[in-house]
Design a protein around this ligand. Structure first.
Ligand code: ZN
Length: 419
């Protein structure tokens, strides 16, 4: 057996063990506090709501844990089990071994993964979310979403695959630099196209009509010297009762999008404070920092892939007997998560710092009290656990634990910063 086979299997198993251990801790912490509402939340959350959040968090956690194990099994079957090799032989027989055949190979493997993942997505939507009263997706919408997603994957995924494979075939041993530039270009294009062309395939976007809310938001934007192209309301309630707000787009073309579910559950000052938080991610340059780190990471990824793709052992040790560009891409994409999970706590910690900074910005430019009220309301509406396990939270969570976050906002209120 090749040493890299052993390294890969150990990394994969280590991930499963750590994930299972953290998940157990999380479920235990959530259920241990099921009957006691944490201090400071008693007025806003009743015992039934608190217990529901505990049950929902535990159920999601258990399903997620099962899915992690299942996904690892799928990766093993596709790599060491010979799935990538078999689909490669099939694609070569129908479309040859050139760029076109490689594209068919990539699409076939992703189609297989998508079909294999389907039971979990069906169960999540129609059993888990349904049981806790969040699901509003009917079977028709579910199937339509699935078909649209597959069509997009076929067209966009196929285009990206073909371009990268073409570069690999033509650009020689340093193909990975051109490959990375193409990847960056595609990411920028996707950022531009997402709000204009792709998101409207799945949801309806209408301009925010509420004049007084609009005036309040315009005042906030002016106060923060921020330019947004338009404010939209999205019909998120078509699929789920969960609420959210976000910005999309680049430069002066930024759009603000509110889920209708968020607008219906929060008051005007609360909405303003949530928007101030989102806006802070731009004003404090969190978004460009994340983009820059993402670009640097993908550069490192392409460099590693460029090197691996030229090593015969890379293919042989992962169940692919003969070299091909499409197999290199597939193996890399499938095995990378078995290694990258080790650094995910760093990114989670970085993200949590940004969240605190954005809260502080919102407290200065809007209303700390309204933001803490809004967050508690959203925790309650989304059945977010108020009592996560500290180690689990430090490892995975992109947002700070509710108690810590609310405590900081309340401290702000007690001692407001000088303007
Ligand atoms: Zn945020």
């Amino acid at each position: 057996m090749h040493p890299f086979t052993v390294i890969f299997v150990i990394a994969l198993l280590a991930h499963l063990l750590v994930a299972a251990w953290l998940s157990r801790r999380q479920v235990a912490s959530v259920l241990r506090h099921r009957a006691t509402i944490p201090e400071g939340f008693e007025a806003a959350v009743n015992p039934d709501e608190h217990a529901k959040a505990a049950d929902y968090s535990a159920a999601r956690q258990r399903l997620g844990n099962l899915e992690t194990i299942y996904d690892a099994g799928v990766v093993l079957v596709l790599t060491l089990g010979g799935g990538i090799a078999a689909l490669g032989a099939w694609s070569a027989s129908v479309a040859g071994t050139g760029v076109w055949g490689g594209t068919v190979h990539l699409l076939a493997v992703f189609a297989a993964m998508s079909v294999l993942g389907l039971p979990f997505s069906v169960y999540r939507t129609f059993v888990l979310e349904q049981r806790f009263g969040f699901n509003r997706t009917g079977p028709r919408t579910f199937v339509a979403d699935l078909l649209k997603g597959w069509l997009l994957g076929l067209v966009l995924g196929g285009a990206v695959a073909a371009v990268v494979l073409w570069i690999m075939a033509r650009a020689g041993s340093s193909w990975w630099i051109a490959g990375w530039l193409a990847w960056l270009g595609f990411s920028l294009l996707a950022t531009w196209a997402w709000p204009r062309l792709i998101a409207p395939l799945f949801n309806r976007f209408t301009l925010l009509e509420d004049a007084s809310l609009r005036a309040r938001i315009d005042a906030l934007l002016a106060r923060c010297d921020f330019h947004a192209k338009a404010i939209y309301v999205m019909d998120g309630s078509r699929r789920s009762a969960h609420g959210n707000a976000y910005f999309t787009g680049l430069g002066r073309e930024k759009r603000i999008v509110f889920f209708d579910t968020l607008l219906s559950s929060l008051g005007p000052v609360q909405i303003e404070s949530v928007l101030a938080h989102e806006l802070a991610h731009f004003k404090l340059r969190h978004i460009p920092q994340r983009l820059a780190v993402g670009a640097a990471m993908s550069f490192a990824g392409f460099a590693v892939l460029g090197w691996l793709s030229a090593q015969d052992w890379f293919y042989a040790s992962l169940g692919v007997p003969s070299r091909s560009d499409s197999a290199a891409l597939l193996l890399f994409l499938l095995i990378a998560p078995a290694f990258t999970w080790i650094v995910s706590p760093l990114f989670a910690a970085w993200s949590r710092r940004h969240e605190y900074e954005a809260d502080a910005f919102a407290a200065r430019h809007s209303d700390a009290h309204a933001l803490s009220e809004a967050l508690v309301k959203l925790y309650k509406d989304n059945a977010t656990t108020l009592t996560p396990d500290p180690i689990y939270s430090a490892f995975y969570d992109s947002h700070p634990p509710p108690a810590a976050r609310i405590a900081r906002l309340r401290a702000f209120r007690a001692a407001p910063a000088t303007p």
